[in-house]
Design a protein. Structure first.
Length: 256
């Protein structure tokens, strides 16, 4: 296996305990040829005190106002990445110590551009369950987003860029995976659960779910126009079905 540099993008805001757990898991990786690009949205606590425990030659720290759109700071990190590959880890998630080693081996063996893994979902009570996904076959990604951002390892290319439009808020990662699908990039799935994905109460709140479904409708309307341009009946049928489901969910949240 080659020993390429991996740039790890971590965006953070006001999560000191979770961020430390996140960074501990990253710096404990068995694969060590990486840089961490940490972008802080001007948290209201002193981050520098936390950095003493980490090798500073591997940690690049920036602060940037994302104006409420997390895609801005993810792109901020991507623009500064030096690695051949880029990985992402949200500040409240954690990695298995062998995550990068396993993914690099697979992505190189299969000559793929994006590798994603199974995950362990957990909450503050430390209850967890393993969520397994499946290989992306044909248009399966259109039917459901089966890629957790914190599990992704991707080649560093010019097409790795998150949509900063507010109508992609909370679904900017799904928007990017679909762009990759249409660009015919090669995905590979690693069935091992190598990410600890934290379930926050905010992520299941009615307000957050309303925003997600509202922005999904915007995305699906865009995909419908794309399907017409491509003259693809199969894409149109899938997207119309998903549009209807999101519209019904939105109506439910409005009346709740």
């Amino acid at each position: 296996m080659k020993n390429p540099l991996v740039s790890i993008i971590v965006t953070t805001f006001n999560r000191p305990i979770e961020l430390e757990e996140c960074l501990d898991s990253i710096f404990s990786q068995t694969f060590q040829n990486f840089e961490v690009i940490l972008i802080d949205n001007y948290s209201k606590y002193e981050l520098n005190e936390m950095f003493i425990k980490y090798p500073l030659e591997k940690l690049r720290f920036f602060q940037n106002d994302n104006k409420g759109i997390i895609a801005i700071n993810r792109n901020y990190g991507i623009h500064r990445a030096r690695g051949e590959y880029i990985a992402f880890c949200d500040d409240d998630d954690m990695w298995d110590i062998n995550k990068l080693a396993h993914q690099l081996k697979l992505i190189q063996q299969t000559n793929s551009e994006i590798c994603y893994t199974a995950i362990r979902e957990f909450n503050d009570k430390k209850n967890f369950r393993v969520r397994r996904y499946s290989d992306i076959v044909g248009l399966s990604l259109l039917r459901k987003n089966q890629i957790c951002l914190s599990s992704v390892l991707a080649k560093n290319t010019s097409t790795l860029f998150f949509n900063e439009n507010p109508n992609r808020l909370a679904i900017e990662d799904y928007d990017l995976w679909l762009n990759f699908l249409f660009l015919k990039k090669k995905f590979v799935y690693l069935a091992k659960p190598l990410v600890w994905f934290r379930l926050n109460p905010d992520s299941t709140s009615t307000k957050k779910r309303f925003i997600v479904e509202k922005n999904k409708i915007s995305l699906f309307l865009y995909l419908i126009r794309k399907a017409f341009r491509m003259k693809s009946l199969s894409i149109l049928i899938i997207v119309l079905s998903r549009l209807a489901k999101s519209a019904l969910k939105l109506i439910y949240f409005i009346n709740k």
